[in-house]
Design a protein. Structure first.
Length: 475
């Protein structure tokens, strides 16, 4: 019987040349190129995963989903990480490059305690003007050298660098320049568009970062971004790269959703993650003032409402809820593993999201986790990507960062819950539009991997996805 999958039978008088994952058969001036047989070596991929489990941060989920997709596609994945691991979550090989000594600091002093120290001021000056594009540039130099040494013996067919930190793109640039390795530059957030770090907002420093960003976008073989505004910004400033820029939302995996029992007679609003430690613009102060007004206005709301905060918070943030009446309804819990955080989210009556104010391109990672939990979302947000996604999915409501509006909205939602109408009013009917599998198949599979294999995109990647899910045409 003929074995399943594509194959190429070479006659005796046919000379067969094996070139990595393709076979070229030459006979009577006829060339035939086919996809590699299942017995041939798989596509070797280097995935630079600066943030990777068991680290607790928003960046680990994109690397985790990428690794899983590549392994399921049959790729031979090597993870380039700064922390010591035996194997990746999906059994991938690991290339470990330790952090430089200057990045192995001890615990930080309390808020503001280090700002007045001369040594701290000097470190801040070095970070602002010498460590460009970020403080991890020393690790990226060492990682690029280690990857290059490995590649000279066993070259990779694809290198993927995902930022932040932006300095990891040096690794892809170096491998492409030295060996011609195809390079995918991935951006979870913008670089100079609404930058996360304050030093990039300085005029001279911002100019340097814009030149580096333009070099990355111009030189990379493919560019993927998490949000449409970032893609539009790249296409405007680097028109020659427009056809190589693709929107690839991080999304969520279907396996991440859990269904615990939620009916305990309390209205539980759950928040997972960090506030200003992630984005300085994501101040929770307007929300807590609005919550205080709602507690003062409605005694039944004060009796049956609970706010659960799971994550890391500054002392200034904790002071917001450590006074009456907030201290009686707020329960703060320490950071936990991703699976436990998802159980907290799935067990909520509603989920709280405080989006960075004034930033239109930022999509907090927790929004995708909340969509996986399939619970209604209460977002303190202006008009940005967060509000657009919530309207698109019918997964929640947005409220401006005004304490009075927040108090009124909380009481309205509490009334819907008491009447048993909350889930009908916010049905979360479009959450599957942001499942990760169709999007990664469309971009990483259909554009990148099939492009490397020299074949047309598969139907699942280029047309309508298999099954009931359909990714959005435009994001």
């Amino acid at each position: 019987m003929r074995p399943p999958g594509p194959r190429l039978l070479a006659p005796r008088r046919c000379r067969t040349i094996r070139a990595s994952d393709t076979i070229v058969c030459l006979k009577a001036r006829r060339w035939t190129v086919s996809r590699a047989c299942p017995s041939m070596p798989s596509l070797r991929v280097l995935l630079v995963a600066f943030h990777y489990p068991p680290e607790i941060s928003a960046g680990v989920q994109r690397a985790r989903i990428m690794e899983r997709f590549l392994v399921e596609r049959g790729c031979d994945v090597t993870l380039l990480v700064p922390h010591r691991l035996e194997r990746g979550l999906c059994g991938s090989r690991v290339l470990h490059v330790p952090l430089p000594r200057y990045l192995r600091g001890g615990p930080q002093p309390p808020d503001g305690a280090a700002a007045a120290r001369p040594w701290s001021r000097f470190r801040r000056w070095v970070r602002r003007w010498l460590l460009v594009p970020d403080v991890f540039v020393g690790w990226s130099w060492a990682a690029a050298a280690a990857a290059l040494r490995q590649a000279r013996h066993a070259p990779w067919r694809l290198v993927i660098t995902s930022s932040p930190p932006e300095s990891v793109h040096w690794i892809g640039w170096r491998l492409q320049r030295a060996l011609g390795t195809p390079w995918l530059a991935d951006f979870r957030d913008g670089w100079t568009l609404e930058p996360h770090r304050e030093e990039i907002r300085l005029p001279i420093r911002g100019w340097f970062d814009r030149q580096l960003e333009r070099c990355v976008v111009r030189r990379a073989s493919w560019i993927t971004v998490n949000a449409r505004p970032v893609a539009d910004d790249f296409a405007t400033r680097v028109p020659c790269a427009k056809d190589r820029i693709h929107v690839l939302p991080t999304g969520f995996l279907a396996s991440d959703a859990v269904r615990p029992d939620r009916d305990d007679g309390m209205f539980r609003l759950v928040y997972t993650g960090r506030f200003t430690l992630s984005w300085p613009e994501a101040s929770p102060e307007p929300f807590f003032e609005g919550l205080r007004q709602a507690l003062d206005a409605d005694r039944l709301f004060a009796q049956r409402f609970r706010l659960v905060l799971v994550g890391s918070f500054t002392e200034a943030e904790r002071a917001l809820w450590q006074r009456p009446p907030l201290d009686a309804v707020v329960e703060a819990r320490p950071p936990c593993a991703y699976d436990e955080a998802m159980r907290w989210a799935a067990g909520a009556t509603m989920l709280l999201l405080v989006a960075p104010q004034g930033l239109r391109s930022v999509i907090p990672r927790k929004l995708f986790d909340y969509l996986a939990a399939r619970r209604p979302i209460f977002a303190v947000s202006g008009e940005n990507e967060v509000s657009r996604m919530l309207r698109e999915t019918s997964a929640g409501i947005c409220c401006p960062a005004d304490p009075g509006a927040i108090a009124r909205t909380l009481l309205d939602l509490f009334g819907l819950w008491l009447a048993g109408r909350l889930d009908r009013e916010i049905p979360c009917s479009g959450n599957d539009r942001y499942r990760a599998e169709p999007h990664f198949e469309r971009v990483l599979g259909g554009v990148v991997l099939d492009g490397l294999l020299g074949s047309h995109a598969s139907p699942a990647a280029s047309g309508a996805p298999q099954g009931p899910l359909e990714p959005p045409r435009e994001l």
